[in-house]
Structures are given as structure tokens and as C-alpha cells.
Ligand binder design. Sequence first.
Ligand SMILES: CC(C)(COP(=O)(O)OP(=O)(O)OC[C@H]1O[C@@H](n2cnc3c(N)ncnc32)[C@H](O)[C@@H]1OP(=O)(O)O)[C@@H](O)C(=O)NCCC(=O)NCCS
Length: 147
Amino acid sequence: MLLDWKNDQETRQWSGNVNEVAMDGHRAWLTGVVTDAKGKILRIAEIDGQPVGLVRTANRPNGDIEVHYTVAPDQRNRGIGSAMVTQFVTEFQISHDKIVLVIKEGNVRSQAIAARLGLSRVHDAGIIPAEMGGDGTTTMWEWKNVA
Ligand SMILES: CC(C)(COP(=O)(O)OP(=O)(O)OC[C@H]1O[C@@H](n2cnc3c(N)ncnc32)[C@H](O)[C@@H]1OP(=O)(O)O)[C@@H](O)C(=O)NCCC(=O)NCCS
């Protein structure tokens, strides 16, 4: 299921790496996340027992915490993404000063989620390289609390 969400066309479009992921690579990645000694968090959001989305963290060396999220392809644009990310950040008491979101230019729903968390687009995280499927122009932006 998580691999299907990852390889969904829209998920790939808005990911840093747009290439399709194979099952072996996915398994290795997931094992790394759940066994991570630094305490990465990964949670599946459910509605009435049905999985509808995923939120996870990745720790940066400077203490900042990247938050990543995906809503199941058939559940998007119904308010789930906004609600689940807000709930995740609240439940795990992740300080807004530590949160970093890395969002591709044009991903308006993800930008709205960042804005709802009080974050602002702070700096260009770089052009996506060709080997990750970049077209030489699309940029990732980092969103942080600058208040
Ligand atoms: C991005 C994603 C997680 C958003 O989740 P979602 O459930 O589809 O989005 P929501 O319905 O919660 O909408 C999120 C926000 O975008 C706003 N929004 C929706 N359509 C919009 C539009 N066309 N323009 C501007 N804002 C829009 C919503 O109003 C909401 O903001 P609010 O909570 O302040 O009202 C989901 O679409 C997804 O998984 N996309 C593919 C993977 C992806 O992009 N992941 C994030 C990578 S950074």
C-alpha cells in the first residue's frame, strides 16, 4: 500500500525524486525508518479503520525536523492532509521552530499546509537534478517558522 502511494503519479510529481521506486528499495527504506536509532517517527492516519495517509519525520544534523506526508491518492483534496499533519505535529509536540518542510514549487496544497502551520517559504533548496527526474527548472523550497 505505501509503495502504491509512493509510486502514484501525483506523489512522484511532487517528490524530490520523481523516479519510480522498486519493492526492494522500498523495503530497505521502510526498515531503515522503523529501526532508526535517532527516533524517526512514521504514522499512518486512518479514518474508520481505513488508511488514508502517512506522516513521517527525518532528523537533520542541526536538530531541525523534516516532516513529510502523503495522502492516499483517492482521498486527496478533502481536508485530510491538512488535518493529519496538524494533528501529527501537535501529538508529537514537534516545535514549530524545528519544523522544515521541503516543497516543490507549484504544490499549492502542500504550501497551504505549511502556511497553516505558520511557516514561510525561506529559501531555495535547489534545482532538482536530472537523475532525480528534474527538468532543469523546477525548484524545491524550504518552509520554516521565521516569526
Ligand atoms: C499534498 C497533500 C498531502 C495534501 O493533502 P490533501 O488532503 O490533498 O489536501 P487538503 O484537502 O488537506 O488541502 C490542503 C490545503 O490546501 C488548500 N488547497 C486545496 N486546493 C487548493 C488550491 N487549488 N489552491 C490553494 N490551496 C488549496 C486547502 O484549502 C487546504 O488548506 P487549509 O487547510 O488551510 O484549508 C496531498 O494532496 C498529497 O498527498 N499529494 C501528493 C504528495 C505530496 O504532494 N506530498 C507533499 C510533498 S511536500
